[in-house]
Design a protein around this ligand. Structure first.
Ligand SMILES: Nc1ncnc2c1ncn2[C@@H]1O[C@H](COP(=O)(O)OP(=O)(O)O)[C@@H](O)[C@H]1O
Ligand SMILES: [Mg+2]
Length: 472
């Protein structure tokens, strides 16, 4: 089978080898990267929040404690003067009420008056500012959070807390977070790779199928995983589309085969008649007769083409312009009269029941043609001395036109195909016709928003055209 569609359309044809180095052009990689970045950012935000909510809180608590402590000490000075202040500091150191407490009171000349530091820490220059400095407390190096308050008389009071324990906590937390972050990055990369491969695998199925179809294998379908996710939905939609395309292509193929097949015989016959006449006709009359017969053959072909075109025209709905509100009763009664005569010739009884009125919104000529086709078929396939029932009535808001005969009928398996173009059943082999009649009836019914049903009449065929009634 040839390939369909322009293979050189813009964009790479599915199935052509992927260009190397086009990593970032891959949608899978892009999705994976976006995923990794979003994942990384959330992990980072989480770590920062954790860091500040623990260490920040601790820091705040220590600062509060130092502020309160300084406040109390300064109140001692206010009430009892310098001796009271020195007493309070010494009290704190002796009682160890604050084991991490750091105190130092110096005079205006820098002389140590009380406290547990050997000397004024270097770098501690401003009052009322937080410092975090290394200190040596009773010979042990440590780190302290410190603040200096001026005391009347040019003295300075240093109050602080040893924060070595907090620093250790900080180190532990930092190490933990670094670990957690690296783990998260690793997990993020793995997740991204997973997404990419999932993405690739699903897309690969689709692109493998579509490229196989582009190469001409219309029977291929996208595998459906059965999970019911978005990719399954896409696969199902694509498959439905492919089914429809396959059906349409099948129809086109059948119709073109049928045209070729059905028309070859009369064309060949006409040709050989003319050739024969050209070689052997001895009189003008013989020649004329040959030409007439060939013309008849060609007329038959022309009428087949006309019928085909008419069906297509009806199918695309371009005939709606001729629609009007009409009563079908008189139309069908006229046809009854016409066919009664034809039936009598074949010794067939036409049993007619037509209700009045039968209001519809319709194209009179098309309805007439459709009913003519049904009556023609019934007459064609009926034996003499049988009855054909021809009726029309309103049932459930639909006008039903029924033509039922007692002929051979259409086998169950053929009934759905009987309305295809060029379909002719076994019983029709010996009769005239081209298999376009029922196709036209169906097209007309559908154009009127109606249906055509073919049923078993036990025996015979019962064809029912239903179209909606028209309410003005
Ligand atoms: N009334 C009928 N009784 C039996 N078979 C029928 C009847 N009408 C249609 N068919 C079957 O359906 C086929 C298609 O009908 P139609 O489209 O009218 O084509 P045609 O009449 O040219 O054969 C016929 O060839 C015949 O096999
Ligand atoms: Mg017919």
């Amino acid at each position: 089978m040839a390939s369909y569609g322009p293979a050189s359309a813009s964009g790479p044809v599915p199935g052509t080898p992927r260009r190397r180095g086009a990593l970032f052009r891959s949608a899978g990689v892009r999705f994976a990267l976006v995923y990794a970045v979003v994942f990384g950012i959330s992990a980072f935000v989480l770590a920062v929040a954790l860091w500040y909510s623990t260490l920040g809180l601790l820091q705040h608590q220590v600062q509060n404690a130092i502020n309160n402590d300084s406040q109390t000490l300064l109140e001692h000075e206010e009430l009892g003067g310098l001796p009271s202040l020195e007493e309070a500091i010494r009290d704190r150191l002796v009682n160890e009420s604050e084991p991490n407490g750091i105190y130092l009171l110096v005079s205006a000349t820098g002389q140590i008056l009380a406290g547990n530091l050997d000397h004024w820490p270097a770098g501690l220059t401003h009052d009322d500012v937080w410092y975090e400095l290394p200190v040596t407390r009773q010979g042990i190096a440590s780190v302290a959070l410190l603040k200096v308050q001026p005391v009347p008389g040019g003295m300075k009071l240093l109050v602080g807390r040893d924060v070595r324990a907090r620093l250790e906590l900080r180190n532990v937390l930092r190490a933990g977070l670094i670990w957690a972050l690296s783990l998260m990055i690793a997990l993020g990369i793995m997740g991204a790779l997973l997404i990419r491969s999932l993405f690739r695998r699903t897309i690969k199925d689709i692109s493998a199928t579509t490229s196989a179809i582009a190469r001409g294998d219309i029977s291929r379908r996208v595998p459906v995983s059965g999970v019911g996710d978005e990719f399954d939905e896409l696969a199902i939609t694509i498959n439905e589309m492919l089914d429809r395309i396959a059906r349409l292509m099948d129809g086109v193929r059948q119709v073109s085969n049928a045209i070729a097949h059905d028309l070859r015989t009369p064309v060949t016959r006409a040709r050989s008649r003319l050739e024969d006449a050209a070689l052997h006709a001895s009189t003008k009359d013989e020649m004329q007769a040959a030409i007439d017969r060939a013309t008849l053959d060609l007329d038959g072909i022309v009428s087949v083409f006309e019928a085909l075109l008419r069906i297509s025209e009806i199918e695309v709905g371009s005939r709606r312009a001729a629609f009007a509100p009409i009563d079908l009763s008189p139309v069908l009664t006229d046809m009854d009269e016409l066919y009664r005569a034809v039936a009598e010739e074949k010794q067939i009884v036409l049993h007619t029941e037509i209700e009045t009125p039968l209001p519809v919104w319709a194209d009179r000529d098309l309805i007439q043609q459709a009913v003519v086709n049904l009556l023609d078929n019934s007459l064609k396939f009926s034996e003499s001395l049988t009855v054909i029932n021809f009726s029309a009535m309103v049932v459930d808001g639909m006008v039903q036109i029924v033509v039922a005969d007692r002929g051979p009928g259409i086998a169950e398996k053929d009934r759905s195909r009987a309305t295809e173009r060029f379909f002719r059943g076994e019983a029709a082999r010996s009769t005239a016709g081209s298999g376009l009649g029922l196709a036209l009836v169906l097209a007309v019914a559908q154009l009127h928003n109606g249906t055509l049903h073919l049923q078993d009449n036990h025996p015979g065929l019962r064809a029912i055209i239903s179209i909606p009634t028209y309410k003005s």
